[in-house]
Design a protein around this ligand. Structure first.
Ligand code: AKB
Length: 316
């Protein structure tokens, strides 16, 4: 690797585990974690950390120079549910931070960017089942609009300036090390914590709401795989569909009950139901499988087993 890696938004749900994995691969001093707030103990102890606001372009440029950075993973974002409460703030964070890193790459200060998109780029007029890579995209959430716009800009910077930017449309990501914050798919993480802590959970999505989901280990693998793939294999420079499984709260609860027979679930859909209803229920990710060999490992049964084990160990 010519330079070091900078992770912006390293204290978040995906940023934490991505930082840990990249440090394992490249060595701790070659991966600089940064976020507006410090992360959990495991992250803070694992290597260098810089407190930085992703919206401060000068600060980010300064970190790139100071640490001789060649690759940036921009994981900072305001997610779907929180963004609906502060639309302008979400737009500024999600777009400004992206422009800062795209401009650094255009100006040849960095060589490669990873930027996550989301299934939120799709909207109610998109085909809901096995949503194809290229289709109608009319997102109705602030978060979805910002991700779709970001995708267009990534492709533009690649086409016009030759920027090597790579992106994935993440489904809901399920993990136990760091809690997600402000997403619509968060129920699928909360449910495990409540199943172990109290034996019951009230879902903010209805029992039959099917959404695309993925275990964290697979999401990290996909992120590293797309970044490691030869540039010529990355034909899509907006963002790749990515999929592992789809399930509803009811199906997930049934899977949890196989291990914890006493577990109970109630349903009290709130404003997040509308967001979920506007998203695909399953995703066709054949382009990612074809172009750079994407394969997922975890299904509903193995994800549930890992989550119950992981959450239990953390709550002890
Ligand atoms: C959210 O629910 O907002 C995110 C996402 C699907 O991008 N987890």
């Amino acid at each position: 690797m010519a330079g070091k890696i900078l992770i912006i938004g390293a204290s978040g749900q995906i940023g934490t585990e991505l930082s840990l994995k990249l440090r394992e691969i490249h060595g701790k001093d070659n991966v600089i974690a940064s976020d507006i707030r410090e992360g959990n103990e495991e992250l803070m102890k694992s290597g260098p950390f810089e407190v930085a606001n992703a919206m401060d372009g000068e600060l980010i440029a300064g970190l790139v120079e100071k640490h001789n950075i060649s690759e940036v993973y921009l994981m900072a974002a305001m997610l779907s549910a929180t963004a609906e409460k502060s639309p302008m703030k979400a737009w500024s964070l999600n777009m400004d931070s992206l422009f800062h890193v795209l401009n650094l790459a255009r100006d040849k200060k960095i060589k490669k960017i990873f930027w996550p998109s989301s299934i939120a780029v799709f909207g109610p007029s998109t085909p809901k089942k096995y949503t194809p890579q290229t289709t109608v995209m009319e997102p109705t959430t602030v978060y979805g609009i910002s991700k779709q716009t970001g995708e267009r800009w990534c492709e533009y910077f690649h086409r016009i300036y030759g920027v090597d930017v790579r992106s994935l449309r993440y489904p809901g990501i399920i993990s136990y090390k760091t809690m997600p914050g402000g997403g619509t798919t968060d129920y699928a993480v909360e449910i495990f914590h409540e199943a172990i802590r109290s034996g019951s959970y009230t879902s903010f999505l209805s029992e039959d709401t099917s959404l695309p989901m993925m275990f964290m280990e697979d999401a990290i693998k996909a992120t590293i795989d797309i970044m490691d793939a030869p540039a010529e294999n990355i034909r899509i420079r907006s963002s790749y569909n990515l999929s592992a499984m789809s399930f509803t709260p009811k199906i997930l609860a049934e899977e949890i009950r196989k291990k914890l027979p006493e577990f109970r679930i109630n349903y009290e859909p709130d404003f997040r139901q509308k967001i979920a209803d506007s998203w695909p229920s399953s995703i066709d990710d054949s382009e990612a499988r074809k172009d750079w060999g994407w394969e997922h490992k975890f299904n509903l049964a193995s994800l549930t087993e890992e989550m119950l084990k992981g959450v239990e160990a953390r709550l002890q």
